[in-house]
Design a protein around this ligand. Sequence first.
Ligand code: NAD
Length: 484
Amino acid sequence: MNAQPPASHFINGGYVEDTAGTPIDVIYPASGEKIAKVYSATPAIVDQALAAAQAAQKSWARTSGTERGRVLRRAADLIRARNRELSTLETLDTGKPLQETLVADATSGADALEYFGGLAGALTGEHISLGTDFVYTIREPLGVCVGIGAWNYPTQIACWKAAPALACGNAIVFKPSETTPLCALKIAEILVEAGLPAGLYNVVQGLGDVGSALVSDPRVDKISLTGSVPTGKKVYAAAGAGVKHVTMELGGKSPLIVFDDANLEDAVGGAMLGNFYSSGQVCSNGTRVFVQNGILPGFLEQLSARTEAIRLGDPLDEATQMGPLVSEAQMDKVLSYIEIGKAEGARLVTGGNRIEGRNGFYLEPTVFADVTDDMRIAREEIFGPVMSVLSFSDEAEAITRANATEFGLSAGVFTRDLTRAHRVIAELEAGSCWINTYNLAPVEAPFGGVKQSGVGRENSKAAIEHYSQLKSVYVAMGPVEAPY
Ligand code: NAD
Protein backbone atom coordinates (compact mmCIF):
# COMPACT_ATOMS: atom_id res chain seq x y z
CA MET A 1 0.00 0.00 0.00
CA ASN A 2 1.30 3.44 -0.91
CA ALA A 3 0.91 5.55 2.19
CA GLN A 4 1.93 8.86 0.62
CA PRO A 5 -1.11 11.18 0.37
CA PRO A 6 -1.52 13.35 -2.75
CA ALA A 7 -0.78 16.43 -0.63
CA SER A 8 -0.42 17.40 3.01
CA HIS A 9 -3.64 19.27 3.73
CA PHE A 10 -7.29 18.92 2.76
CA ILE A 11 -9.07 22.25 2.49
CA ASN A 12 -12.32 23.31 0.90
CA GLY A 13 -13.06 19.91 -0.59
CA GLY A 14 -9.65 19.03 -2.00
CA TYR A 15 -5.96 18.42 -1.37
CA VAL A 16 -3.72 21.44 -0.92
CA GLU A 17 0.07 21.61 -0.69
CA ASP A 18 2.46 24.25 0.57
CA THR A 19 6.04 23.03 0.57
CA ALA A 20 7.14 26.13 2.44
CA GLY A 21 6.04 24.38 5.65
CA THR A 22 8.42 22.31 7.79
CA PRO A 23 8.66 18.76 6.41
CA ILE A 24 7.26 16.00 8.63
CA ASP A 25 8.47 12.46 7.92
CA VAL A 26 5.96 9.69 8.49
CA ILE A 27 7.73 6.68 9.99
CA TYR A 28 6.32 3.15 9.96
CA PRO A 29 6.80 2.10 13.59
CA ALA A 30 7.28 -1.58 12.75
CA SER A 31 10.34 -0.94 10.58
CA GLY A 32 11.53 2.56 11.37
CA GLU A 33 11.32 3.34 7.64
CA LYS A 34 9.98 6.56 6.19
CA ILE A 35 6.74 5.81 4.33
CA ALA A 36 5.49 9.30 3.55
CA LYS A 37 6.22 12.96 3.97
CA VAL A 38 3.90 15.86 4.65
CA TYR A 39 4.52 19.54 5.33
CA SER A 40 3.46 21.44 8.40
CA ALA A 41 0.85 24.09 7.70
CA THR A 42 2.14 27.59 7.06
CA PRO A 43 0.14 30.56 8.37
CA ALA A 44 -1.32 30.86 4.84
CA ILE A 45 -2.63 27.27 5.02
CA VAL A 46 -4.13 27.80 8.48
CA ASP A 47 -5.81 30.93 7.19
CA GLN A 48 -7.12 29.15 4.09
CA ALA A 49 -8.61 26.32 6.19
CA LEU A 50 -10.32 28.62 8.67
CA ALA A 51 -11.65 30.86 5.92
CA ALA A 52 -13.06 27.82 4.08
CA ALA A 53 -14.68 26.54 7.24
CA GLN A 54 -16.21 29.88 8.09
CA ALA A 55 -17.54 30.37 4.56
CA ALA A 56 -19.13 26.91 4.39
CA GLN A 57 -20.64 26.73 7.88
CA LYS A 58 -23.64 29.05 7.58
CA SER A 59 -25.36 27.25 4.71
CA TRP A 60 -24.61 23.84 6.31
CA ALA A 61 -26.35 25.09 9.45
CA ARG A 62 -29.39 25.94 7.32
CA THR A 63 -29.47 22.43 5.83
CA SER A 64 -32.02 20.23 7.56
CA GLY A 65 -30.72 17.90 10.21
CA THR A 66 -32.00 14.89 8.32
CA GLU A 67 -30.04 15.88 5.26
CA ARG A 68 -26.89 16.49 7.28
CA GLY A 69 -27.37 13.13 8.91
CA ARG A 70 -27.76 11.40 5.55
CA VAL A 71 -24.31 12.61 4.50
CA LEU A 72 -22.76 11.32 7.70
CA ARG A 73 -24.48 7.95 7.40
CA ARG A 74 -23.29 7.62 3.78
CA ALA A 75 -19.76 8.32 4.97
CA ALA A 76 -20.17 5.62 7.62
CA ASP A 77 -21.19 3.13 4.91
CA LEU A 78 -18.20 4.05 2.75
CA ILE A 79 -15.87 3.63 5.72
CA ARG A 80 -17.27 0.19 6.49
CA ALA A 81 -16.97 -0.85 2.84
CA ARG A 82 -13.30 0.24 2.88
CA ASN A 83 -12.51 -1.00 6.37
CA ARG A 84 -9.55 -3.11 5.30
CA GLU A 85 -7.88 -0.35 3.32
CA LEU A 86 -8.44 2.17 6.13
CA SER A 87 -7.31 -0.30 8.78
CA THR A 88 -4.13 -0.98 6.84
CA LEU A 89 -3.42 2.76 6.69
CA GLU A 90 -4.12 3.04 10.43
CA THR A 91 -1.62 0.23 10.99
CA LEU A 92 0.99 1.98 8.83
CA ASP A 93 0.37 5.28 10.64
CA THR A 94 0.47 3.87 14.19
CA GLY A 95 2.04 0.39 14.11
CA LYS A 96 -1.02 -1.11 15.83
CA PRO A 97 -1.71 -4.64 14.60
CA LEU A 98 -4.30 -5.25 11.90
CA GLN A 99 -5.99 -7.65 14.31
CA GLU A 100 -6.92 -4.52 16.29
CA THR A 101 -7.31 -1.88 13.62
CA LEU A 102 -9.76 -4.03 11.64
CA VAL A 103 -12.19 -3.92 14.57
CA ALA A 104 -11.39 -0.81 16.62
CA ASP A 105 -10.55 2.16 14.43
CA ALA A 106 -12.34 2.83 11.14
CA THR A 107 -15.28 0.81 12.48
CA SER A 108 -15.43 3.00 15.58
CA GLY A 109 -15.25 6.09 13.35
CA ALA A 110 -18.12 4.71 11.27
CA ASP A 111 -20.13 4.08 14.43
CA ALA A 112 -19.76 7.74 15.40
CA LEU A 113 -20.81 8.99 11.95
CA GLU A 114 -23.78 6.63 11.93
CA TYR A 115 -24.85 7.49 15.47
CA PHE A 116 -24.61 11.27 15.11
CA GLY A 117 -25.99 11.04 11.58
CA GLY A 118 -29.03 9.37 13.13
CA LEU A 119 -29.35 12.03 15.83
CA ALA A 120 -28.96 15.01 13.48
CA GLY A 121 -32.61 15.09 12.42
CA ALA A 122 -33.79 14.80 16.01
CA LEU A 123 -31.93 17.83 17.38
CA THR A 124 -34.43 20.37 18.63
CA GLY A 125 -34.98 23.17 21.04
CA GLU A 126 -38.02 23.21 23.29
CA HIS A 127 -41.17 25.14 24.01
CA ILE A 128 -41.51 26.49 27.55
CA SER A 129 -44.96 27.70 28.49
CA LEU A 130 -45.25 30.70 30.83
CA GLY A 131 -49.03 30.64 30.90
CA THR A 132 -49.82 33.03 28.08
CA ASP A 133 -46.35 34.18 27.14
CA PHE A 134 -43.84 31.51 26.21
CA VAL A 135 -40.19 30.87 25.57
CA TYR A 136 -38.78 28.69 22.88
CA THR A 137 -35.19 27.62 22.43
CA ILE A 138 -33.31 27.14 19.20
CA ARG A 139 -30.45 24.65 19.18
CA GLU A 140 -27.73 26.34 17.17
CA PRO A 141 -24.30 25.19 16.05
CA LEU A 142 -21.27 26.85 17.62
CA GLY A 143 -19.69 27.81 14.28
CA VAL A 144 -16.13 26.81 13.43
CA CYS A 145 -14.71 23.99 15.54
CA VAL A 146 -11.08 22.94 15.78
CA GLY A 147 -10.19 19.33 16.52
CA ILE A 148 -6.66 18.46 17.65
CA GLY A 149 -5.73 14.81 17.82
CA ALA A 150 -3.35 12.49 19.65
CA TRP A 151 -1.47 9.79 17.74
CA ASN A 152 -2.91 6.64 19.27
CA TYR A 153 -6.28 6.51 17.45
CA PRO A 154 -5.95 8.86 14.45
CA THR A 155 -9.02 7.65 12.51
CA GLN A 156 -11.24 7.30 15.55
CA ILE A 157 -10.31 10.68 17.00
CA ALA A 158 -10.91 12.41 13.65
CA CYS A 159 -14.40 10.87 13.42
CA TRP A 160 -15.36 11.22 17.09
CA LYS A 161 -14.84 14.97 16.74
CA ALA A 162 -16.16 15.46 13.20
CA ALA A 163 -19.37 13.46 13.60
CA PRO A 164 -21.06 15.45 16.39
CA ALA A 165 -19.61 18.74 15.08
CA LEU A 166 -21.06 18.22 11.60
CA ALA A 167 -24.33 16.73 12.87
CA CYS A 168 -24.95 19.95 14.83
CA GLY A 169 -24.25 22.15 11.80
CA ASN A 170 -20.67 23.23 12.52
CA ALA A 171 -17.63 23.26 10.26
CA ILE A 172 -14.41 21.70 11.52
CA VAL A 173 -10.69 22.10 10.98
CA PHE A 174 -8.85 19.04 12.25
CA LYS A 175 -5.16 18.89 13.05
CA PRO A 176 -3.94 15.33 13.44
CA SER A 177 -0.94 14.54 15.59
CA GLU A 178 2.29 15.17 13.69
CA THR A 179 3.20 11.53 14.43
CA THR A 180 0.17 10.13 12.56
CA PRO A 181 -0.89 12.56 9.85
CA LEU A 182 -2.32 10.12 7.28
CA CYS A 183 -5.69 8.75 8.39
CA ALA A 184 -7.64 11.99 8.83
CA LEU A 185 -6.98 12.84 5.16
CA LYS A 186 -8.77 9.64 4.09
CA ILE A 187 -11.74 10.56 6.26
CA ALA A 188 -11.82 13.96 4.52
CA GLU A 189 -11.87 12.24 1.11
CA ILE A 190 -14.69 9.96 2.19
CA LEU A 191 -16.82 12.74 3.65
CA VAL A 192 -16.61 14.66 0.38
CA GLU A 193 -17.45 11.51 -1.58
CA ALA A 194 -20.46 11.04 0.72
CA GLY A 195 -21.72 14.49 -0.28
CA LEU A 196 -20.33 16.78 2.40
CA PRO A 197 -20.11 20.28 0.92
CA ALA A 198 -16.60 21.68 0.51
CA GLY A 199 -15.06 23.52 3.45
CA LEU A 200 -16.92 21.75 6.25
CA TYR A 201 -14.21 19.23 7.12
CA ASN A 202 -10.66 20.41 6.63
CA VAL A 203 -7.39 18.81 7.68
CA VAL A 204 -4.20 20.75 8.32
CA GLN A 205 -0.92 19.17 9.38
CA GLY A 206 1.54 20.42 11.91
CA LEU A 207 3.03 20.36 15.37
CA GLY A 208 1.99 22.23 18.48
CA ASP A 209 2.60 25.63 16.89
CA VAL A 210 -0.05 24.96 14.25
CA GLY A 211 -2.44 23.72 16.95
CA SER A 212 -1.74 26.84 18.93
CA ALA A 213 -2.38 29.12 15.91
CA LEU A 214 -5.73 27.41 15.35
CA VAL A 215 -6.76 27.65 19.00
CA SER A 216 -6.09 31.36 19.28
CA ASP A 217 -7.66 32.39 15.97
CA PRO A 218 -10.71 34.62 16.58
CA ARG A 219 -12.68 32.77 13.88
CA VAL A 220 -12.69 29.62 16.02
CA ASP A 221 -15.60 29.02 18.39
CA LYS A 222 -14.75 25.64 19.90
CA ILE A 223 -11.73 23.46 20.48
CA SER A 224 -11.79 19.74 21.11
CA LEU A 225 -8.40 18.37 22.12
CA THR A 226 -7.32 14.80 22.63
CA GLY A 227 -3.88 14.87 24.17
CA SER A 228 -1.81 14.97 27.33
CA VAL A 229 -2.60 16.97 30.45
CA PRO A 230 0.28 19.48 29.94
CA THR A 231 -0.96 20.24 26.39
CA GLY A 232 -4.52 20.37 27.69
CA LYS A 233 -3.62 23.05 30.20
CA LYS A 234 -2.04 25.21 27.49
CA VAL A 235 -4.92 24.76 25.07
CA TYR A 236 -7.52 25.34 27.78
CA ALA A 237 -5.79 28.58 28.82
CA ALA A 238 -5.58 29.80 25.22
CA ALA A 239 -9.24 28.91 24.65
CA GLY A 240 -10.13 30.69 27.88
CA ALA A 241 -8.46 33.87 26.64
CA GLY A 242 -10.94 33.90 23.78
CA VAL A 243 -13.85 32.52 25.90
CA LYS A 244 -14.20 29.57 23.54
CA HIS A 245 -15.98 26.28 24.14
CA VAL A 246 -13.74 23.31 24.89
CA THR A 247 -13.77 19.56 25.13
CA MET A 248 -10.60 18.20 26.74
CA GLU A 249 -9.87 14.49 26.44
CA LEU A 250 -6.63 14.15 28.35
CA GLY A 251 -4.45 11.58 30.02
CA GLY A 252 -4.97 9.20 32.90
CA LYS A 253 -3.49 6.81 35.43
CA SER A 254 -6.62 4.82 36.00
CA PRO A 255 -7.25 2.25 38.74
CA LEU A 256 -8.53 -1.24 38.10
CA ILE A 257 -9.58 -2.92 41.35
CA VAL A 258 -9.71 -6.71 41.51
CA PHE A 259 -11.52 -8.13 44.57
CA ASP A 260 -10.81 -11.63 45.84
CA ASP A 261 -14.21 -12.93 44.71
CA ALA A 262 -13.63 -11.92 41.07
CA ASN A 263 -13.55 -14.38 38.21
CA LEU A 264 -9.77 -14.58 38.04
CA GLU A 265 -9.55 -15.36 34.34
CA ASP A 266 -11.77 -12.40 33.46
CA ALA A 267 -9.88 -10.10 35.80
CA VAL A 268 -6.52 -11.06 34.30
CA GLY A 269 -7.95 -10.70 30.80
CA GLY A 270 -9.40 -7.28 31.67
CA ALA A 271 -6.11 -6.11 33.15
CA MET A 272 -4.24 -7.26 30.04
CA LEU A 273 -6.71 -5.54 27.70
CA GLY A 274 -6.43 -2.44 29.87
CA ASN A 275 -2.63 -2.37 29.64
CA PHE A 276 -1.46 -4.08 26.47
CA TYR A 277 -4.07 -3.29 23.80
CA SER A 278 -2.53 -0.88 21.28
CA SER A 279 0.82 -1.55 23.00
CA GLY A 280 -0.58 0.15 26.07
CA GLN A 281 -1.07 3.45 24.28
CA VAL A 282 -4.66 4.04 25.39
CA CYS A 283 -5.66 7.02 27.53
CA SER A 284 -8.20 5.13 29.62
CA ASN A 285 -5.87 2.24 30.48
CA GLY A 286 -6.14 0.74 33.95
CA THR A 287 -2.44 1.05 34.64
CA ARG A 288 -2.74 0.78 38.42
CA VAL A 289 -4.05 -2.71 38.99
CA PHE A 290 -5.06 -3.10 42.66
CA VAL A 291 -5.34 -6.79 43.53
CA GLN A 292 -6.74 -7.97 46.88
CA ASN A 293 -4.05 -9.69 48.94
CA GLY A 294 -5.48 -13.21 49.04
CA ILE A 295 -5.55 -13.72 45.27
CA LEU A 296 -2.35 -11.86 44.42
CA PRO A 297 -0.08 -14.90 43.87
CA GLY A 298 -2.61 -16.65 41.60
CA PHE A 299 -3.30 -13.41 39.74
CA LEU A 300 0.38 -12.77 39.06
CA GLU A 301 1.02 -16.36 38.02
CA GLN A 302 -1.76 -16.36 35.44
CA LEU A 303 -0.94 -12.82 34.34
CA SER A 304 2.71 -13.53 33.63
CA ALA A 305 1.95 -16.77 31.78
CA ARG A 306 -0.63 -15.11 29.55
CA THR A 307 1.54 -12.01 29.05
CA GLU A 308 4.51 -14.10 27.94
CA ALA A 309 2.27 -15.85 25.41
CA ILE A 310 1.30 -12.61 23.63
CA ARG A 311 2.25 -12.82 19.96
CA LEU A 312 4.40 -9.85 19.11
CA GLY A 313 5.42 -9.18 15.56
CA ASP A 314 4.56 -7.81 12.15
CA PRO A 315 1.42 -5.68 12.61
CA LEU A 316 0.29 -6.46 9.06
CA ASP A 317 0.11 -10.18 9.92
CA GLU A 318 -3.38 -10.72 11.27
CA ALA A 319 -2.14 -13.31 13.75
CA THR A 320 -0.01 -10.67 15.50
CA GLN A 321 -1.50 -9.56 18.80
CA MET A 322 0.88 -6.75 19.67
CA GLY A 323 2.89 -4.41 17.50
CA PRO A 324 5.53 -1.78 18.21
CA LEU A 325 5.10 1.54 19.98
CA VAL A 326 4.25 4.50 17.80
CA SER A 327 7.71 6.08 17.67
CA GLU A 328 11.27 5.81 18.84
CA ALA A 329 10.68 8.72 21.22
CA GLN A 330 7.71 6.96 22.81
CA MET A 331 9.67 3.71 23.09
CA ASP A 332 12.56 5.53 24.78
CA LYS A 333 10.16 7.24 27.18
CA VAL A 334 8.59 3.92 28.16
CA LEU A 335 12.02 2.26 28.54
CA SER A 336 13.06 5.08 30.85
CA TYR A 337 9.98 4.43 33.02
CA ILE A 338 10.90 0.75 33.18
CA GLU A 339 14.32 1.77 34.53
CA ILE A 340 12.63 4.14 37.00
CA GLY A 341 10.38 1.28 38.17
CA LYS A 342 13.38 -0.97 38.79
CA ALA A 343 15.28 1.79 40.58
CA GLU A 344 12.26 2.53 42.78
CA GLY A 345 12.23 -1.08 43.95
CA ALA A 346 9.27 -2.46 42.03
CA ARG A 347 9.60 -6.17 41.18
CA LEU A 348 9.80 -6.90 37.47
CA VAL A 349 7.56 -9.93 36.94
CA THR A 350 7.93 -10.19 33.19
CA GLY A 351 9.11 -8.15 30.20
CA GLY A 352 11.08 -4.95 30.57
CA ASN A 353 13.16 -5.08 27.43
CA ARG A 354 13.28 -3.81 23.90
CA ILE A 355 12.88 -6.65 21.41
CA GLU A 356 16.31 -7.23 19.92
CA GLY A 357 16.72 -8.07 16.26
CA ARG A 358 13.82 -5.93 15.11
CA ASN A 359 14.22 -2.49 13.58
CA GLY A 360 10.85 -1.22 14.79
CA PHE A 361 10.01 0.22 18.16
CA TYR A 362 9.07 -3.00 19.92
CA LEU A 363 8.94 -3.50 23.67
CA GLU A 364 8.04 -6.58 25.66
CA PRO A 365 4.74 -6.30 27.52
CA THR A 366 5.88 -5.57 31.05
CA VAL A 367 4.44 -6.27 34.50
CA PHE A 368 5.72 -4.80 37.76
CA ALA A 369 4.53 -6.19 41.10
CA ASP A 370 5.12 -4.86 44.64
CA VAL A 371 4.39 -1.39 43.31
CA THR A 372 3.59 1.21 45.95
CA ASP A 373 1.50 4.35 45.63
CA ASP A 374 4.44 6.73 45.91
CA MET A 375 6.43 5.26 43.01
CA ARG A 376 6.55 7.32 39.84
CA ILE A 377 5.42 4.32 37.77
CA ALA A 378 2.23 4.36 39.86
CA ARG A 379 1.68 8.11 39.62
CA GLU A 380 2.68 9.18 36.11
CA GLU A 381 1.15 8.27 32.79
CA ILE A 382 3.63 6.01 30.96
CA PHE A 383 1.55 5.37 27.83
CA GLY A 384 3.12 2.05 26.95
CA PRO A 385 2.76 -1.65 27.76
CA VAL A 386 3.72 -1.37 31.43
CA MET A 387 1.33 -2.64 34.09
CA SER A 388 1.79 -1.80 37.76
CA VAL A 389 0.28 -4.31 40.18
CA LEU A 390 -0.42 -3.07 43.70
CA SER A 391 -1.99 -5.06 46.53
CA PHE A 392 -4.68 -4.02 49.02
CA SER A 393 -6.54 -5.56 51.92
CA ASP A 394 -10.02 -4.00 52.09
CA GLU A 395 -12.57 -2.04 50.08
CA ALA A 396 -12.20 1.30 51.83
CA GLU A 397 -8.43 1.22 51.40
CA ALA A 398 -8.75 0.39 47.69
CA ILE A 399 -11.11 3.31 47.09
CA THR A 400 -8.95 5.83 48.94
CA ARG A 401 -5.79 4.77 47.15
CA ALA A 402 -7.51 4.55 43.74
CA ASN A 403 -8.68 8.15 44.11
CA ALA A 404 -5.31 9.50 45.27
CA THR A 405 -4.33 10.93 41.87
CA GLU A 406 -4.80 14.16 39.96
CA PHE A 407 -6.18 12.14 37.04
CA GLY A 408 -9.76 10.89 36.74
CA LEU A 409 -10.35 9.44 33.32
CA SER A 410 -11.39 5.85 34.00
CA ALA A 411 -11.76 3.12 36.58
CA GLY A 412 -12.70 -0.53 36.69
CA VAL A 413 -13.87 -3.06 39.26
CA PHE A 414 -13.82 -6.83 39.04
CA THR A 415 -16.01 -8.62 41.60
CA ARG A 416 -18.86 -11.12 41.65
CA ASP A 417 -20.58 -9.08 44.39
CA LEU A 418 -22.98 -6.81 42.49
CA THR A 419 -23.74 -4.58 45.45
CA ARG A 420 -20.06 -3.99 46.06
CA ALA A 421 -19.41 -3.32 42.38
CA HIS A 422 -21.93 -0.46 42.27
CA ARG A 423 -20.96 0.84 45.71
CA VAL A 424 -17.28 1.06 44.76
CA ILE A 425 -17.86 2.52 41.30
CA ALA A 426 -20.02 5.24 42.87
CA GLU A 427 -17.05 6.26 45.07
CA LEU A 428 -14.41 6.31 42.34
CA GLU A 429 -13.45 9.69 40.89
CA ALA A 430 -13.49 8.84 37.19
CA GLY A 431 -15.59 9.65 34.14
CA SER A 432 -15.62 6.35 32.23
CA CYS A 433 -15.99 3.23 34.38
CA TRP A 434 -16.38 -0.50 33.89
CA ILE A 435 -17.67 -3.37 35.99
CA ASN A 436 -16.26 -6.80 35.12
CA THR A 437 -14.74 -5.64 31.84
CA TYR A 438 -12.38 -2.90 30.73
CA ASN A 439 -11.89 -0.26 28.02
CA LEU A 440 -15.03 -0.80 25.95
CA ALA A 441 -16.13 2.56 24.55
CA PRO A 442 -19.30 2.26 22.46
CA VAL A 443 -20.49 5.45 20.78
CA GLU A 444 -23.76 5.30 22.74
CA ALA A 445 -21.92 5.87 26.04
CA PRO A 446 -20.47 9.21 27.17
CA PHE A 447 -16.66 9.17 27.23
CA GLY A 448 -14.44 11.57 29.13
CA GLY A 449 -12.72 12.36 32.36
CA VAL A 450 -12.99 14.24 35.64
CA LYS A 451 -10.28 16.11 37.58
CA GLN A 452 -7.26 16.79 35.32
CA SER A 453 -8.27 14.12 32.81
CA GLY A 454 -10.70 16.35 31.04
CA VAL A 455 -13.66 18.59 30.52
CA GLY A 456 -16.77 17.67 28.58
CA ARG A 457 -17.78 14.36 27.05
CA GLU A 458 -17.38 12.77 23.65
CA ASN A 459 -19.88 10.36 22.12
CA SER A 460 -23.49 9.74 23.20
CA LYS A 461 -26.21 12.38 23.34
CA ALA A 462 -24.00 14.26 25.82
CA ALA A 463 -21.66 15.31 22.99
CA ILE A 464 -24.48 17.31 21.39
CA GLU A 465 -24.31 19.73 24.33
CA HIS A 466 -20.65 20.32 23.53
CA TYR A 467 -21.17 21.11 19.83
CA SER A 468 -24.32 23.24 20.03
CA GLN A 469 -25.75 26.06 22.10
CA LEU A 470 -29.25 27.21 22.93
CA LYS A 471 -30.78 30.49 21.88
CA SER A 472 -33.63 31.41 24.20
CA VAL A 473 -36.49 33.44 22.73
CA TYR A 474 -39.11 35.07 24.95
CA VAL A 475 -42.39 35.71 23.12
CA ALA A 476 -44.85 38.20 24.59
CA MET A 477 -48.51 37.62 23.75
CA GLY A 478 -49.85 40.82 25.36
CA PRO A 479 -49.00 44.50 25.70
CA VAL A 480 -45.72 45.69 27.21
CA GLU A 481 -46.35 46.82 30.80
CA ALA A 482 -43.82 49.65 31.01
CA PRO A 483 -44.00 51.66 34.29
CA TYR A 484 -42.83 54.82 32.52
P1 NAD B 1 0.22 15.64 23.09
O1 NAD B 1 -0.43 16.39 24.20
O2 NAD B 1 1.69 15.69 22.98
O3 NAD B 1 -0.34 16.18 21.68
C1 NAD B 1 -1.71 16.14 21.37
C2 NAD B 1 -1.97 17.08 20.21
O4 NAD B 1 -1.83 18.43 20.64
C3 NAD B 1 -1.02 16.91 19.03
O5 NAD B 1 -1.76 17.03 17.83
C4 NAD B 1 -0.07 18.08 19.20
O6 NAD B 1 0.51 18.51 17.99
C5 NAD B 1 -1.00 19.14 19.75
N1 NAD B 1 -0.37 20.22 20.50
C6 NAD B 1 0.79 20.18 21.22
N2 NAD B 1 1.01 21.37 21.81
C7 NAD B 1 -0.01 22.18 21.47
C8 NAD B 1 -0.35 23.54 21.76
N3 NAD B 1 0.41 24.30 22.56
N4 NAD B 1 -1.49 24.03 21.24
C9 NAD B 1 -2.30 23.28 20.47
N5 NAD B 1 -2.02 22.01 20.15
C10 NAD B 1 -0.89 21.45 20.64
O7 NAD B 1 -0.33 14.15 23.20
P2 NAD B 1 0.14 12.87 22.36
O8 NAD B 1 1.49 12.48 22.84
O9 NAD B 1 -0.09 13.10 20.92
O10 NAD B 1 -0.94 11.80 22.83
C11 NAD B 1 -0.84 11.07 24.02
C12 NAD B 1 -1.68 11.72 25.09
O11 NAD B 1 -3.02 11.84 24.68
C13 NAD B 1 -1.71 10.89 26.36
O12 NAD B 1 -1.61 11.73 27.48
C14 NAD B 1 -3.09 10.25 26.31
O13 NAD B 1 -3.61 9.89 27.56
C15 NAD B 1 -3.90 11.32 25.67
N6 NAD B 1 -5.10 10.75 25.06
C16 NAD B 1 -6.34 11.02 25.62
C17 NAD B 1 -7.49 10.46 25.10
C18 NAD B 1 -8.83 10.71 25.71
O14 NAD B 1 -9.83 10.51 25.05
N7 NAD B 1 -8.93 11.12 26.96
C19 NAD B 1 -7.40 9.64 23.97
C20 NAD B 1 -6.15 9.40 23.40
C21 NAD B 1 -5.01 9.98 23.96
